[in-house]
Design a protein around this ligand. Structure first.
Ligand SMILES: *Cc1c(COP(=O)(O)O)cnc(C)c1O
Length: 399
């Protein structure tokens, strides 16, 4: 045995910037829906690297594709074409019904691109340089300055003001509050189709339809952030497909690369042909052959194995089991979410439950202090849900 976990943890605390309160384990490898720490302890994973590892860990087909691309060519820059990016863009177009794709390195970077797209679209119409974006309270869109500026959580924003400016916040699922924010400067309305970080709240269908109609009426762009709720998470390739409300611009990341850092923003032809042009936007790494090989393979597996269909099959079972748990434990006040993106709202902070679960070999995460979030790999089976619920039941009992 080399160093033990506690040595690594103290080294980490000496070397890494203290921007996370990390759980006291060092993860080493993964297999299916299980993770192993450095000391060989096995954990059932209901976090999936925060809704990233949709296909579970160590998928042979995915690993082989990525390894072969490492041997071939990892990077080209965007001044040249590469086949994996072309193939991945074609697949994204087919899956999303969007017409134009821009690859990024992260979710936040996809949001930045979506914001620039909206501003440029509006600028080309009226030449103004004071356009406004309406975002939602309790939203989360990332940590870079633009993405932070549209994140509806003052706790994340306050110390970093001023943000990019000209942002108005409306209440999610409250159409009148959105209407009140609209004026002649509004260029976009941005929201998650299902709020993740902010508490696992799905958009109401009526709300989303009314926002879509308002955007159509005033030629405002509807931007849907599908970074967490997209890619099969809710049982649809993208969550908006359930509502039949198509955005003008959308963002993806997290499960898009299943572990390789990659994101994308996509748009309809109407927006694509009246917004960003050569010289307006770029990225060195974005869309490189390595990342796009991962995307291409993920999308191929999604389609062939109907991952979204599998989610529609197992998610109701998770719903039923979490409902039972809520009935049993009075500390649980509410159960919400969509597909394999569910949350249990407790009347106290959930950190002790998460720590207890970790002791017992179950990885869970919160969304805000009081909400336990369930975003497992999409390939989980009912047996894994049973295993999770039985461990969690005991943890709630103990705490
Ligand atoms: C995680 C997340 C982001 C930010 O993505 P990063 O890759 O962490 O930059 C943006 N929007 C939503 C909805 C997210 O869940």
């Amino acid at each position: 045995m080399g160093q033990v976990m506690s040595d690594y943890i103290s080294e980490a605390e000496n070397a890494l910037l203290h921007t996370y309160n990390r759980y006291q384990i060092v993860l080493d490898r993964g297999e299916g829906v299980y993770l192993y720490d450095l000391e060989g302890k096995k954990y059932l994973d209901f976090v999936a690297g925060i809704a990233v590892f949709a296909l579970g860990y160590s998928n042979e087909e995915y690993k082989t594709a990525v390894k072969e691309q490492v041997d071939k060519l990892m990077h080209t820059s965007n001044y040249y074409y590469n086949v994996p990016a072309i193939e991945a863009a074609k697949r994204i177009k087919k899956m999303s019904g969007m017409d134009r794709v821009f690859f990024t390195n992260s979710g936040a970077e996809a949001i930045e691109g979506a914001i620039k797209t909206a501003r440029k679209y509006a600028f080309l119409k009226d030449g103004r340089t004071d356009h406004e974006i309406i975002a939602m309270n309790h939203s989360f869109h990332g940590r870079t300055m633009g993405a932070l500026s549209v994140t509806g959580n003052p706790h994340y924003r306050d110390a970093f003001e001023p943000g990019i400016g000209n942002i108005r916040f409306a209440d999610y699922n409250d159409f009148e509050s959105v209407e009140r924010c609209v004026n002649e400067k509004t260029c976009a309305i941005l929201m998650e189709t299902v709020q993740g970080e902010g508490g696992l709240t799905p958009a109401n269908e009526d709300f989303l339809r009314k926002v879509r109609a308002l955007c159509d009426e005033k030629d405002i762009l509807l931007i849907l952030d599908e970074i967490q709720c997209g890619m099969g998470r809710t049982g649809y390739d993208f969550a908006w497909q359930k509502y039949g409300v198509k955005p003008d611009v959308m963002t993806s990341a997290k499960a898009l690369g299943c572990g390789v850092p990659v994101g994308a923003f996509m748009m309809t032809e109407k927006v694509g042909s009246h917004s960003l042009v050569a010289g307006d936007h770029g990225t060195t790494y974005g869309g490189n052959p390595l990342a796009c090989t991962a995307v291409n393979k993920v999308l191929e597996i999604f389609e062939r194995e109907d991952i979204s269909g599998h989610v529609r099959e197992v998610a109701p079972y998770l719903w039923e089991k979490l409902d039972e748990l809520m009935k049993k434990h009075p500390a649980i006040k509410e159960h919400r979410g969509a597909g394999l993106m569910q949350g249990l709202v407790f009347d106290t902070p959930v950190a002790p439950v998460i720590n207890k679960a970790l002791d017992k070999g179950l990885i869970l995460i919160n969304a805000g202090a009081n909400i336990l979030r369930f975003v497992p790999p999409l390939v989980i089976g009912k047996e894994h849900i049973d295993e999770m619920v039985s461990i969690l039941d005991g943890c709630i009992e103990d705490v």
